[in-house]
Design a protein around this ligand. Structure first.
Ligand SMILES: [Zn+2]
Length: 273
């Protein structure tokens, strides 16, 4: 997901003193009031189009979707946020403490919204370059050159951009950063939530108000995911990783039985912006 000029800096016009002293209070209050997370999906009708788009990639790859759910095989991935490179981590973090605080605050909220299960793990941060490992989502803030050397792929020219592996059991998210200072804006918040959605196994939807819209409109993120997206994700997590499309999974019975497919994790990872 890319952010373009004009969408990133909406909050930068807010008085800096207000940001520095009031935002932490507002964030803490917001986190406190967000527990427990309202269950918007309760009573939501089954939305077949959205379910297929989000869970089976029917929008991005029409006619080629693999017909299996790639939601995580676990509901409580541990997150590790890498703060910078080994040489610059101590004195030149690539994300502000506000941005790191947002990761810590929003991961549990997103996890519970999408899986329907309280998040019991912690979001950790550090300087070491941890390799992906099962049960973890590793978030790296990288320069374009670092991303290219690691993945062999070039990246576009946006000021800030992000990419994640869809529902990879060894979850990975890259936040590309070009080196200039940036505030924590609504656009950055939406970028983070969108990529977490990918890490949990969600594809894109064409719905304009959805967080997983492929070209999401800034400002639609709260309360983080729409009720319809939350309902679709929870259905997928109830059916389980590897479940096949069969319409509403809560009603499918054994026609296309939900269930884990042992070979699923051996696939080539699919990176999505
Ligand atoms: Zn995306």
């Amino acid at each position: 997901m890319a952010l373009h000029n004009g969408s990133v800096d909406r909050r930068s016009k807010v008085n800096d003193v207000t940001m520095r002293f009031l935002l932490p209070i507002l964030l803490v209050a917001g986190v406190a009031s967000a527990q427990p997370v309202p269950h918007q999906s309760d009573g939501m009708p089954y939305d077949d189009e959205l379910y297929r788009e989000l869970i089976f990639d029917d929008y991005d790859r029409m006619g080629t979707n693999r017909g299996q759910s790639w939601v995580l095989p676990y509901k409580n991935p541990r997150f590790f946020i890498r703060l910078g490179s080994a040489t610059e981590c101590a004195h030149n973090w690539r994300l502000s403490w506000r941005e790191l605080h947002y990761w810590r605050a929003v991961v549990p909220i997103v996890a519970e919204q999408l899986t329907g299960t309280p998040y019991l793990e912690r979001v950790r941060a550090g300087c070491e370059d941890r390799q992906p490992e099962y049960g973890w989502v590793i978030v790296r803030y990288v320069t374009p050159a670092e991303y290219s050397s690691e993945t062999g792929e070039q990246w576009g020219g946006d000021q800030i951009d992000a990419r994640a592996l869809i529902g990879d059991t060894h979850g990975q998210v890259w936040i590309r950063w070009n080196g200039s200072h940036r505030p924590l804006s609504d656009g950055i918040r939406e970028l983070i939530v969108h990529e977490i959605g990918h890490a949990f196994g969600l594809y894109h939807t064409g719905r304009q108000t959805a967080t997983m819209n492929w070209d999401a409109v800034v400002g639609d993120t709260f309360p983080v995911f729409s009720g319809a997206e939350e309902a679709a994700a929870r259905r997928a997590y109830r059916a389980g990783r590897g479940a096949r499309y069969c319409g509403d999974p809560d009603r499918c019975g054994n026609g296309f039985a939900p269930g884990y497919v042992p070979t699923l994790d051996a696939r080539a990872p699919v990176a999505v912006d």
